[in-house]
Design a protein around this ligand. Structure first.
Ligand SMILES: [Zn+2]
Ligand SMILES: [Zn+2]
Length: 107
C-alpha cells in the first residue's frame, strides 16, 4: 500500500492514458506506479529452470562428462546438494554446458 506524500492519505490505483498510476482520493495528488513495473522485471529475471535454482556461483562449477538428456551434449557442470534428511545420500545435479538443461541423479 502506498500513501500520498502531500496529505498522507491512501493512494488508489487508476489507469491514466494506458498507464497505471496512483491517485490520492483526498487531494488528487498523482504518483506513477513504479512498484508494479519493478515486480514484473524481477519475475522475468527468474531462471526458467524447473529442476533447481542454481547458485550464483554457477560459472565456477566444475564440469564432468555426463550425457545431456535433452541435446546429447557430453559435458555438464555439476554440484551436490543435501535435499532432505542428513541420512539420505546427497543429490547430484548436472547442468548441460551447451543447452543449460539441468537434471538430477540420485545416489
Ligand atoms: Zn493527498
Ligand atoms: Zn544439453
Amino acid at each position: 500500500m502506498d500513501f500520498c506524500n502531500k496529505c498522507g492519505s491512501v493512494l488508489v490505483m487508476k489507469e491514466d492514458k494506458g498507464k497505471q498510476i496512483l491517485v490520492c482520493r483526498k487531494c488528487g495528488n498523482k504518483k506513477q506506479h513504479f512498484k508494479h513495473m519493478a515486480i514484473i522485471e524481477k519475475q522475468q529475471k527468474k531462471p526458467l529452470d524447473d529442476v533447481v535454482v542454481v547458485d550464483r556461483s554457477e560459472e565456477t562449477l566444475p564440469t564432468t562428462k555426463a550425457p545431456c538428456p535433452k541435446c546429447s551434449h557430453t559435458e555438464a557442470a555439476w554440484w551436490v546438494r543435501q535435499m532432505r534428511s542428513a541420512d539420505e545420500p546427497p543429490t547430484v545435479f548436472y547442468r548441460c554446458t551447451r543447452c543449460r538443461h539441468s537434471w538430477r541423479e540420485y545416489g
